[in-house]
Design a protein around this ligand. Structure first.
Ligand SMILES: Cc1ncc(COP(=O)(O)O)c(C=O)c1O
Length: 444
């Protein structure tokens, strides 16, 4: 993408999207004899040449271990690694030492959950009290979470004797905000919830949950996996204590993610993994630890992946997050309206009156989602099928699985239309119905 992109909030123009697509080699491949229509960015996004080059350039010019070597390459690799941390910190509105590299969002959530069950070792001063958890304390999450933001809390409750409270959903799948007071009580120590649902695409009202958590003195962890790639994100403005993200969902490689944590909280937390690279002095009986973030980065780090993720956020910044969000909002509306106009399709969360990203999941009663996915794949259309690691949400909405289409900055209206035609054809094929897409006219 050239740097001539206007720095406005205006949606990307069709010409800009086509130019962006030139940066993504995989988008020009064919699948099953059709041009690839990639609508699975919610699972894993594609990578632009700048990101592929960054990882390769690191490997070919700087590859060495960081924070340890006395030689020039090691010093330059360390600088690149720490520069990458700075780039990600600026991208989410954090300070550099508030970003901990992890292998993905799942690890980042587990790191925080672990701090609560290992905080009794007498370190961390007054802030460490906030991590002491036992019987009578409560952990709060919601019924719409990805399993990554549910199971670590279930395990934490089992280890500590604390109680897990789950904020319920209404029949459409929206969070029951009228249940916040009864579910986030004075006993709550942490409230962990998703910014954007990976099944419904709705953007949750962060402020309402943060306000309630603050009122009872609980910490807040925001799962930003589906928001950081698609929306401008400022962790200070949102006033959350922790936020997690995965690089592979935001144009970066797999194997790299991050935890944002408020400085004083990270300083009070015990390490998650222990070993090399996270200590100051070690005897045979004890060890002293480095300050965060290094305290949480035991062992040899994912350096080329961090450097590539920094290239990804620079790319996103150059295009402009407000413009990406505006583009995907248009695609999301087209997706939702188009699905709603196909007879036989039930869109999950259709009735929720909240802003959304370009992501929608649906059920076609009488056709298993795997058959839908297979039929679309025959046309070169890649979507996600199954429970999307959110079984409780699916159960609440009365389905066992769904089909999910999700967009990104490189997605086009033509791709949405090809997908909608494919869904209508799926119904014709399996159910013999006539499911014509109507003129949806959502973009004037
Ligand atoms: C909302 C949400 N949270 C957490 C995760 C877990 O991400 P990862 O598997 O990269 O750790 C995902 C991945 O799909 C997600 O969508």
């Amino acid at each position: 993408m050239s740097s001539t992109a206007a720095q406005t909030d205006a949606p990307l123009t069709d010409a800009e999207v086509l130019r962006i697509r030139e940066d993504f080699p995989i988008l020009h491949t064919e699948v099953n004899g059709h041009p690839l229509v990639y609508l699975d960015s919610g699972a894993t996004s594609q990578r632009p040449i700048a990101v592929l080059d960054a990882e390769r350039d690191f490997a070919t010019t700087l590859n060495s271990a960081v924070h340890r070597g006395a030689h020039t390459l090691a010093a330059e690799a360390t600088e690149a690694f720490e520069d990458a941390r700075g780039a990600l910190a600026r991208f989410v509105g954090a300070e550099e030492d508030e970003i901990v590299w992890t292998s993905n969002a799942t690890e980042a959530i587990n790191l925080v959950a672990y701090a609560f069950s290992n905080a009794s070792v007498g370190r961390g001063g007054a802030e460490a009290e906030r991590f002491r958890l036992g019987a009578g304390d409560e952990i709060v999450t919601t019924e719409m979470e990805h399993h990554a933001n549910l199971i670590p809390w279930q395990e934490l409750a089992a280890r500590t004797g604390a109680t897990l409270r789950v904020i319920p959903l209404d029949d459409d799948g929206a969070l029951r905000l009228d249940e916040l007071e009864s579910h986030i009580t004075e006993r709550a120590k942490i409230v962990a919830f998703t910014h954007v649902s990976n099944v419904l695409g709705v953007i949750n009202p962060v402020a309402a949950l943060v306000d309630r958590a603050r009122a009872v003195g609980a910490l807040v962890l925001l799962d930003a996996c589906q928001s950081a790639p698609h929306l401008p994100l400022d962790v200070k403005q949102l006033d959350v204590d922790f936020a997690v993200l995965s690089g592979h969902k935001m144009l970066g490689p797999t194997g790299i993610g991050a935890l944002y944590g408020r400085r004083e909280l990270l300083a009070a937390m015990p390490p998650f993994l222990t070993g090399g690279s996270m200590i100051t002095t070690v005897t045979t009986t004890e060890a002293e630890y480095l300050q965060p973030p290094q305290r949480f980065e035991a062992g040899t780090q994912r350096v080329s992946q961090a450097v590539a993720l920094a290239a990804a956020v620079r790319y996103l910044d150059e295009v402009g997050m407000p413009r990406i969000a505006a583009h995907e909002e248009i695609l999301g509306r087209r997706l939702l309206a188009g699905l709603a106009a196909i007879d036989g399709v039930r869109v999950l969360g259709a009735g929720i009156d909240l802003p959304r990203v370009g992501l929608a999941s649906f059920d076609i009663p009488g056709i298993h989602s795997h058959d839908v996915g297979q039929f679309l794949d025959d046309r070169g259309i890649a979507v996600r099928v199954g429970h999307h690691c959110a079984q409780p949400l699916h159960r609440r909405l009365g389905v066992t699985s769904s089909t999910r289409a999700s967009t990104y900055l490189y997605s086009t209206e033509a791709e949405i239309d090809a997908f909608l035609d494919g869904v209508a054809a799926t119904i014709d094929f399996f159910l013999g119905g006539v499911a014509a897409t109507r003129d949806i006219g959502v973009r004037s």
